[in-house]
Structures are given as C-alpha cells and as structure tokens.
Design a protein around this ligand. Structure first.
Ligand code: HGY
Ligand code: MN
Ligand code: MN
Length: 398
C-alpha cells in the first residue's frame, strides 16, 4: 500500500489552518467553534473523496463509513482552548491517509472517525462517551461550558447531523494514533509507544460561597473570603493526598472563576475545576473521599456554603491484546528496536470505544513532553514512522 508521507504531512498542516493561532504551531479549535465546524466540513469532503459514506452523529462526531464490516481508525479534531496542531489531529489525519491510500489501491477500506468534544469543553470526551452510552444525550444537553453555553445550543450549530448514532457492530476494532503528550519517550531512542492501558479520570466543579464585602473596611477576622477558602483548600488537599497517591497520580485545579473578581471587593464566590487521574479505580475513589472531606472542613473554617457539580469520569481500561499484537508486529517491522510498551496518562476516545469494540492505541514522542500548549510538536520523521506502524498494523488485521 503506497502511503504518501508528504500528503499526510500536508493534510496535517491544512487541518491546522482551521484555527491556527499562537506561537509555533498552535491551534485554537474548541468543539463547535467556527474553526471546528469548518474543519469537520473539510474532513467530510476528504472522506467522501476516498469512497466513504459520511455520517455525522447527534454529538457532531464525523464518521467516514466503509461498506460492510471494517476497522475504525481516528481520534478527534477539536482542540483545547489553547492547543497544539497534533493532539487528536494526528490520529485523524493518519486515518485519512490510510483510507486514501487503500482506496487508490483498491484494498479493503477502513472507516475513519473524528469524535466531537474529546477535549471536554462540555464533558469529558463527550462525543465518544455519548457513542459508548456512558453518557446519554438528555444529560449531555444540559452540560455547560465555562461561559454558560449548553451542549444542546452548541451542537445545534452543526448542520447535517443524523438523529442516529452509528451501529458499533459495523466495526471489527478501533485504533487511535496519538502523540504521547508526556516526557517518557522524548530524549530516548524510542519513536513509537504501543499503549498497554489508559488511566482513569474524575472531574467535578466545586463552589465555595461566602460574603461579598468592602476590601478596605472589612476586618480580616470578619471576612468570609472565597479566595482564602480556595487557597486553604489547595494547601490542605496537597498535604492530605500525600498519604493516598503514587508518583504517577496527578490532580489539577485548572480553571478558577472568582466572583466578582475585582481588586477592592472581598470575593464572595469561587467555582473551580477539580480533576484527578490514576490507573487504579480504588485510588480514584479514595482521592474523592479526601477531596470532599477537605472541602467540608475548609467550608466550616471559612464559613462557606459548599456545593458540587456533577462528578464526571472515565474508568481505567486495558487495550485489546489482539490489536496490540498487530501494532507490536508492525512496530518491529517499521521501528525495529525503537519502540516500547507504555501506559497512557492522558485520556483518549479509545477509553470509551473499548466499551463497544476492541480498541488499541499507539504513540509517537512529544518534543520536550509538551502538549495542551501552543509549543506542542513532534519531529516529522516520527510522525511518519507512526503512520507506517499504524498502516502496517491495519494491513495485518484486514
Ligand atoms: O485531558 C486529556 O487527557 C485529553 O487530552 N482530553
Ligand atoms: Mn487528544
Ligand atoms: Mn488533549
């Protein structure tokens, strides 16, 4: 199967032109933004041109469907609010190149997908969660982004959606190629990672509500200051989690909304994101208990009203052995002794898909281990090696 390496790289650069922003090869293409919708329309045209039937599901995930039973390849084309050109895009453009090459050669076709809102503007891997049934459309429609826009409103912006989700029985399996997004392979000789498992995640919003007041006249002892509550919570939580976590466990307060956010007002309210990840579901549950106990204690100390948003999450999952073996055999051919087996610390659509059909993943290195940032990049030779490994595995499987 003659892959066109340059065409694959050109496709990646073209996809970046939708929402290209920031320094380096940055991209701003959040789910359902104009750039995301335009990129999905371009992708749909590309898929049609390689003989696939385009199906846009109710979540806005774009499928290019082969006739009969097929292998599904892909990832997502939405980005973080500040993202790189490869996160998600790589898996979709690699899938597209393989679909093109196989079409031109008259080989058994593959299906292609770009899931919607993998990056969680509204949920956590929203499009693939809806497809897998771990999230239902009625609940998803009520999820809001940080500026209060509902998923229902956002998905209404995308035209040409079907009322039906795709039947997963059409697919024999799913392989997602992705950048590593971490520091493990960078600086080593390895250029490909075959993923063993994907960690689990929990994510919820927490709100402390105190009393808004004058920043000049309100004595420190009388304040019910929401920022002080958050600050105390963070310090105490870091101490308490130490007894529960491993060096691989991570937790993040990544978004904070302080009200009214003014220099001369004691803030009354803070809503912040609390996210934690680990490969062990029991540890995720123990961490949740510590988080809730700590928040309760801080609410009492600072006289805050405490409330929680819905707890979103995904369980840790292992990748399918048969698909992994195909990737390993192909890595032996195309990356000889320059590949390793490794877990994924980032979340991926493959987690949800693995509930429906066998799923596997392969990684290529991230320069300096950076992702979810404009600086995200990978050597083009590594991108191409990853494509070759994926195409080789497809050839073994279909
Ligand atoms: O956050 C994640 O791990 C994924 O990139 N959405
Ligand atoms: Mn991704
Ligand atoms: Mn991401």
């Amino acid at each position: 199967m003659p892959l066109d390496h340059q065409r694959f790289l050109d496709s990646l650069h073209h996809l970046r032109s939708f929402g290209a922003s920031g320094v380096g090869k940055g991209v701003v293409r959040p789910a359902f933004s104009a750039a995301d919708i335009d990129a999905r329309a371009w992708l749909a045209d590309q898929l049609r041109a390689c003989g696939l039937t385009v199906h846009v599901d109710p979540a806005g995930s774009v499928f290019g469907l082969a006739e009969g039973k097929s292998l599904l390849l892909g990832s997502h084309t939405d980005s973080q609010p500040e993202g790189g050109w490869l996160d998600g895009a790589l898996g979709v453009m690699a899938a597209l190149e393989i679909a093109k090459a196989r079409f031109e050669d008259g080989l058994a076709p593959v299906s292609v997908v770009s899931f919607q809102d993998e990056e969680g503007r509204f949920g956590v891997t929203t499009g693939s969660s809806l497809w897998s049934g771990t999230l239902d459309l009625v609940s998803a429609d009520t999820l809001t982004d940080q500026s209060g826009v509902a998923f229902a409103e956002a998905r209404a912006l995308m035209e040409g959606k079907s009322a039906e989700f795709v039947d997963p029985a059409r697919f024999s399996g799913f392989i997602e190629m992705h950048i590593e997004q971490g520091p493990v392979m960078d600086g080593t000789a390895d250029v490909v990672g075959v993923v063993s498992d994907i960690v689990g995640i929990r994510d919820m919003k927490i709100t402390f509500e105190g009393q808004q007041n004058h920043a000049g006249t309100t004595p420190m002892a009388l304040r019910r200051d929401a920022f002080q509550a958050l600050s105390g919570f963070n310090t105490l939580l870091n101490e308490r989690l130490r007894n529960v976590v491993t060096p691989q466990t991570v937790w993040t307060i990544g978004h904070v909304s302080l009200h009214p956010n003014a220099s001369s007002i004691v803030p009354s309210k803070v809503t912040f994101s609390m996210q934690w990840r680990d490969g062990d579901a029991d540890r995720l549950a123990r961490m949740e208990a510590v988080i809730r106990e700590t928040a309760n204690e801080i609410a009492q100390i600072h006289e805050m009203k405490l409330s929680y948003g819905p707890l979103l999450g995904l369980e840790p999952v292992a990748m399918d052995k048969h698909l992994r073996t195909a990737l390993q055999e192909s890595a032996d051919e195309h990356a000889q002794d320059r590949w390793r087996t490794m877990p994924s610390g980032a979340l991926h659509d493959a987690t949800n898909v693995s509930a429906l059909i066998p799923a596997a993943m392969l990684f290529v290195p991230s320069i300096n281990g950076i992702s979810h940032a404009f600086e995200e990049d990978t050597d083009e030779s590594d991108l191409v090696t990853g494509l070759d490994v994926l195409a080789g595995a497809v050839a073994h499987l279909v």
